[in-house]
Design a protein around this ligand. Structure first.
Ligand code: CU
Length: 325
């Protein structure tokens, strides 16, 4: 009897532990509290696929426990005992048909959402997108605003309700740019410029981070995303344009050295800095620009300024570039 009580107690303990683990930390919950159109679509996809999977998983898990209990070897067990039973057309139909239908549905829905949330696809909006170039460094994020001519480190300010066109690369080991409440992560890789459109629907502070382990100070590669009104954004640009620190080529080289950094502001940036960062790894080859776009979206490809070195995307050796994933 004592043994049985111990078993029951450990079972309850395990269930509590599972619930605690599944409920997770606050960072995971952010994905379920999206604040932008991309985040909303991704949250919907997660919820839909989870519910569809649960249609199979929950009954299977309940039945497994019930069958083990019901047909256990116990004196006086009244459950039917049929050692020669082998086939039931009715049961076979049920447990093949339901999973086939569900997997078909998950497939169709996932393909639809995958195309709808193509990172390089411009977002529907009557507002002109704002371009922000993102460079992952050891161990900090550099944001350059090419049109506004300013730069920040570990701080990103954007206007609300406006599409932001991120162009992303790395001047350090590969990393991954992620603002969970706005959308999914995208890799930053040296010698490539990726494109990612995101938008914040509400004014607020959002958590941004690196989502790909990159070494010693990986944990410090977080940044605040401050979505403000258009007026406050314009004011931020004007204020930053007045800070004494300019980002020079030499200043950038220093910034790119391994080490962590706090928030920094620069009132100007060297011409074509982002393009130089991307092309320095390509040794005369064409830049693999707007990665996701380059395979599907010709107009987006032409828009990207770095794709002017004369070579076609198709001429490149893709196997090496994609091997890193
Ligand atoms: Cu490619």
């Amino acid at each position: 009897m004592k043994k049985r009580k111990l078993k029951q107690a450990s079972l309850i303990f395990m269930m509590v532990a599972i619930i605690a683990v599944l409920s997770g930390c606050s960072h995971q919950a952010m994905v379920f509290d999206p604040k932008g159109p991309v985040g909303v679509e991704l949250r919907d996809l997660i919820v839909i696929t989870t519910v569809l999977c649960a249609i199979i998983l929950v009954p299977v898990l309940i039945l497994t426990a019930w069958i083990v209990w019901r047909y256990r070897d116990k004196k006086g067990n009244k459950a039917s005992y049929e050692p020669n039973w082998s086939h039931s057309t009715k049961l076979e139909t049920i447990w093949w048909a339901i999973p086939i239908i569900i997997i078909g549905a998950i497939g169709i829905i996932t393909v639809k959402y995958t195309y709808a949330t193509d990172p390089a696809k411009p977002l529907k909006s009557d507002k002109e997108p704002i371009t922000v170039q993102v460079t992952s460094l050891d161990w900090k994020w550099l944001f350059t605003y090419p049109k506004q001519g300013i730069a920040t480190v570990n701080y990103l300010q954007i206007p609300e309700d406006t599409p932001i066109k991120f162009e992303l690369t790395s001047d350090a080991p590969m990393n991954s740019f992620w603002i969970p409440q706005l959308g999914g992560q995208i890799y930053t890789m040296s010698g490539m410029a990726m494109t990612l459109y995101l938008q914040a629907d509400e004014i607020g502070h959002y958590f941004g981070t690196g989502a790909n382990f990159s070494g010693e100070h990986f944990a410090d590669m977080t940044f605040d995303v401050n979505a403000t009104s258009r007026e406050d954004f314009d004011a931020f640009i004007a204020t930053t344009k007045k800070v004494p620190t300019k980002l020079t080529k030499e200043g950038y080289d220093e910034l790119a050295l391994p080490g962590k950094s706090g928030v920094r502001y620069f009132s100007s940036i060297p011409d074509g800095l982002f393009e130089q960062i991307v092309t320095k790894y390509t040794k005369g080859q064409s830049v693999h620009s707007g990665h996701a776009a380059s395979h599907s979206n010709e107009t987006d490809k032409k828009e990207t300024s770095m794709n002017q070195s004369g070579m076609n995307h198709g001429d490149m050796d893709h196997s090496q570039m994609h091997g890193a994933k």
